[in-house]
Design a protein around this ligand. Structure first.
Ligand code: BTN
Length: 278
């Protein structure tokens, strides 16, 4: 599709296509945003970024799409990706972290994402372990990290992020309408996708640099400060197992700590967490 057709199609829906020049101008990042791969439509930006990584592309590449036909979420779920209104992008990282520390990338990204959201709206964003950003208790954004490691090193991490920016409620499918929100819905006005994305890549660049240079201890307090479930009774589903207890925070490696009814701290490295109304 040529630029004119793109603009026409976006205008029909009441939107404008992304302008890469605005995103890239004054980006001034150290590691991220080295190259942009822009798509009108793609199956999943994570899948494309993985193919780039397998082909040896260097760190910092950004894959961004106006629309995903097969946007993927955590735990095999799908990610609603209607055209032109939101952000769907993936970053290719080649961290020097030990493979056991790969999950810290997701937590680092949640901190950066929450920081960016807080720069655009007064309503404070909360992090729901490990990867959701909530506004007013509803999901605003999600992170899907996929990595390739051997025993000694991480070959690459694909950091995929979806943000509901100017997503009108009436365009949300019923399956997510009760649980999802958008920046526009909470603020009552729409946002420039370019400005939010530029800021987000800058915040991610800074947070990723901090993690690489100073380790997770420099990130963890910022994560804890935004942890919305702290002290709440939670239900954690881990495969077929269910754990109910009080959310305490995160361990040094990013695992969720939950205190069970015997007062023992359990570590959760993967699972789905929901707050239980008391
Ligand atoms: C989740 O909350 O379950 C994670 C959602 C991640 C969605 C993003 S959109 C860009 C990237 N490409 C994908 O297919 N998924 C991620």
């Amino acid at each position: 599709m040529c630029a004119n057709d793109r603009e026409k199609r976006a205008a029909e829906l009441g939107y404008a296509p992304l302008c890469l020049d605005i995103i890239q101008s004054e980006l001034a990042t150290k590691r991220l945003g080295t190259k942009f791969h822009y798509f009108q439509e793609i199956d999943s930006t994570n899948s494309y970024a993985r193919r780039l990584a397998d082909a040896g592309a260097p760190e910092g590449a950004v894959v961004i799409a106006e629309h995903q036909s097969d946007g993927r979420g955590r735990l095999g779920r799908s990610w609603e990706s209607p055209p032109y209104c939101n952000l769907y992008f993936s970053l290719l990282l080649r961290p020097t972290l030990a493979p056991a520390h790969a999950p810290q990338i997701t937590l680092m990204a949640a901190v950066a994402l929450a920081d960016t959201v807080a720069e655009f709206i007064v309503e404070p964003p909360a992090i729901k372990w490990p990867n959701d950003i909530l506004l007013q208790g509803k999901k605003l954004a999600g992170i899907l990290t996929e990595s390739s490691c051997d025993a000694k090193r991480i070959e690459f991490v694909i950091l995929g992020i979806g943000v509901n920016l100017n997503f009108p409620r009436e365009r949300m499918p019923e399956t997510i309408r009760d649980r999802a929100t958008s920046l526009m819905e909470v603020a009552g006005n729409s946002f420039s996708r370019e400005l939010v994305l530029r800021r987000l890549i800058q915040d991610l660049d800074r947070c990723y640099g901090t993690l690489e240079d100073f380790g997770f201890d420099a990130i963890a307090p910022r994560w804890q400060a935004r942890f919305g479930l702290k002290g709440k009774t939670v239900r954690v589903e881990m495969g077929g197992d269910v754990l109910i207890g009080q959310a305490v925070g995160i361990d040094r490696d990013g695992a969720l700590l939950v205190e069970d009814d015997r007062g023992e701290r359990q570590r959760v490295v993967a699972g789905d967490v929901t707050a239980i109304e008391d």
